[in-house]
Design a protein around this ligand. Sequence first.
Ligand code: PMM
Length: 269
Amino acid sequence: MGILNVTPDSFSDGGRYTDVDAAIEHGMDLYRAGADIVDIGGESTRPGAARVDAATEVSRVVPVISGLAAAGVPMSIDTTRAAVASAALAAGASVINDVSGGLADPAMAGVARDAGCPWILMHWRGHSRDMAQLAVYRDVVAEVCTELLARVENATAGGVDPGQIILDPGLGFAKTAEHNWALSRRLDVLVDLGFPVLFGASLKTYLGRLLAGPDGTPRPVDRRADATLATSVLAVAAGAWGVRVHDVAATVDALAVWRATGSPRLAKP
Ligand code: PMM
């Protein structure tokens, strides 16, 4: 999954693709580089980010989705709002990527059910403004699994086909670096729930912290690509169905190496 944020303020690519033509061009590049799906987002979920209204979100994503749909690019819509998901599906997106797992907008289950499309349920505890205080767990792996299964329950109770559900541990969303590493270490536990698993570590802050310089300054976002590649190969080797990344070309190459090696799976810890 290639990332295309049509926002002025996302941590990784904010401000780069606010122009519709530049965004479409970048989406085409991700697709040509080998992305199976391009994930279009119109609202930043960066920690502390202020919300935008639904009309703004729609106005950012729909022209880009329409342009990429005309070129045959498969897309997901990264939104927590049912109205935005509906508009995006109507414009040509075919997957809902809901970082709130249906918690933020109770109407999302109905949109996913009626569309009959895949719905990515990410683990989430609250909007970006509040998420740092919500990063409290006794056993992060067990709690993320339990909370995700509750979201699956909510989705299926709303008429969503369980075969359309994809789970995501939600790295960095109400999670400290230690929580992200614990979830990475035991991704097998999430995989064993039996749903496809999407893993989204790309360029995130915890990688910058891992690679901090001697004075403790985190490695800047534009120098976290190699570490991201390592997380992607390890996640796929742990059984992930997909990885959500900025650098599609490098990811495709790294996964080709993994496949040529016989698609080895990590032993369970
Ligand atoms: N992370 C971000 C946004 N959307 N969606 C899913 N399913 N999983 C993620 O980990 C995820 C997401 C934030 O990262 P970005 O600002 O680089 O898009």
